[in-house]
Ligand binder design. Structure first.
Ligand code: BES
Ligand code: MN
Ligand code: ZN
Length: 461
């Protein structure tokens, strides 16, 4: 969408009103006015601010308004007085754009094109607000791309196409992408990646995006972001039931999110070193699939007993975490649609975070609130390690016995073993945020989580 700062006469305007009813009227001059019910203005929080910003665009789209106008002043609420214009602007830019997104790649355009808001006219915006809005729009553009990748059907989003997409997204930025092929992956002895990849006709790829904004020679070690890149998760021989298969093209959303975060860091010219690592693999079922009970040798020498071929994400991430060691990172964050159990625990409103570092947990929670990408902590207590005891190997990928519960934590416990050499590490299980809910006021499908959180983390860490 375009944003302009002078409002032409007669533009459809947004009027924020008390109460919860939203209606469209024509005023006495014949101008369309979208009366948006926002509850009580003095009860608006950062959370409801984000939501009402999106609702404005969503309602405009529903009403087939291609332009809307409002005053920046109307978006200043008592409870947000401490929030700078720059920050408010960023929230506006991000969320106006995110609500305008539709996944249209596979739809024939109707006459007159797809319904979207083409121009937003904002009066009374300060210079700082304008900067924030532009920043927010840029961030949202990269999130759109991330959502496009996750929304793309599994048949079209293979490890090879994900690698190509990463190159395309970072082209023209100061970040560099390199792709490891099957033979490179074999040379590195990434036994976990190779195990999961065995059943697929698609060769695995290992995507590396590096952005050295603080300089490669700088004393500052990079932040490494690791993203799960399962391009489709059938479950493997432990095949998922029919109902659970739909949506599993989104199982590379973590990978797409770390690529987007790196692209944004590069585009914002952040003085930070950021590396994104994405093991891209299809978890397919065939005569060559890895088998329940197989013992795989991880890149770091750990023997892993595969008790369930559907717990594949933690396997490929294990090797990716080992690969991350070569960067001596000061911080490692992995992002993955790892467990259905996270969704059971949290519903679809927040991602689960796990870390052994209290400061990092506090920071992630605070930045979760600031960005609108909400997260909630789970423990990684040592006691849980017994859940993954293996009879014949160093560790199992799931518990040997049923009924332990704690599936999300077990995913984190497994990964922690591969993250043991990092000074700081956090795991974000984004399975709950894999697909939007109506209350998000976003198009059906991918949410782009947790890109906005990662961007703020890179900025603030
Ligand atoms: N990709 C799934 C997790 C998932 C499920 C994400 C539903 C989003 C929605 C993951 O690979 C998986 O299959 N996890 C298993 C783990 C189990 C075998 C321990 C699960 O959650 O059932
Ligand atoms: Mn799985
Ligand atoms: Zn999966």
């Amino acid at each position: 969408m375009k944003i302009e700062y002078t409002v032409p006469k007669g533009a459809a305007s947004i009027d924020l009103i008390a109460g919860d009813t939203t209606k469209v009227i024509e005023d006495h001059k014949g101008t369309t006015v979208l009366k948006l019910g926002i509850g009580k203005s003095d009860e608006i929080t950062r959370r409801t601010f984000i939501s009402l910003t999106r609702k404005a665009v969503k309602t405009a789209k529903e009403q087939r308004l291609s332009t809307i106008a409002f005053s920046f002043k109307d978006f200043q609420f008592p409870a947000l007085r401490a929030t700078s214009d720059r920050e408010l602007g960023r929230l506006l830019g991000e969320n106006l754009e995110m609500a305008n997104y539709e996944f249209t790649k596979y739809k024939t355009p109707p006459h007159g094109g797809f319904q979207s808001v083409e121009t937003v006219y904002i009066s009374d915006a300060t210079g700082e607000a304008k900067k924030g809005i532009a920043e927010g729009q840029m961030i949202a553009q990269e999130i759109h791309y991330c959502r496009d990748l996750a929304n793309t059907p599994g048949g079209d989003m293979t490890p090879t196409s994900l690698a190509e997409a990463a190159k395309r997204q970072l082209r023209g930025t100061a970040a560099e992408v390199s792709i490891l092929s099957l033979s490179d992956i074999k040379k590195l002895k990434m036994g976990l990646v190779l195990g999961v990849a065995k059943g697929s006709a698609q060769e695995p790829k290992f995507i590396i995006a590096e952005y050295w904004g603080a300089g490669k020679a700088a004393k500052e070690k990079p932040i490494v972001l690791v993203g799960k890149g399962i391009t489709f998760d059938t479950g493997g021989i432990n095949l998922k039931p029919s109902d659970s298969l739909m949506g599993m093209n989104h199982d590379m959303a973590g990978g797409a999110s770390v690529i987007a975060a790196t692209a944004i860091a590069a585009k914002m010219k952040m003085k930070r070193n950021v590396v994104a690592l994405v093991p891209a693999v299809e978890n397919a079922i065939s005569g060559s699939s890895y088998l329940p009970g197989d013992i795989l040798r991880a890149m770091n020498g750990t023997f892993v007993e595969v008790l369930n071929t559907d717990a594949e994400g933690r396997l490929i991430l294990g090797d990716a975490l080992t690969y991350a060691e070569r960067y001596s990172p000061r911080l490692v964050v992995d992002v993955a649609t790892l467990t259905g159990a996270a969704l059971i625990a949290l519903g679809k409103r927040a991602s689960a975070i796990m870390t052994k570092n209290q400061e990092l947990e506090d920071l992630l929670r605070r930045l979760g609130e600031e960005s609108g990408e909400y997260v909630w902590p789970f423990p990684l207590w040592k006691e849980y390690e017994t859940d993954l005891k293996s009879a014949h190997a160093d560790i199992a990928n799931v518990p040997a016995s049923k009924g332990t519960g704690g599936g999300t934590i077990q995913g984190g416990i497994f990964l922690a073993r591969f993250a043991a050499n990092f000074p700081r590490w956090a795991h974000i299980d984004i399975a709950p945020r894999m697909e939007s809910i109506p209350e998000d006021h976003l198009a059906k499908g991918a949410t782009g989580a947790p890109v906005r959180l990662l961007v703020r983390l890179i900025e603030n860490f």
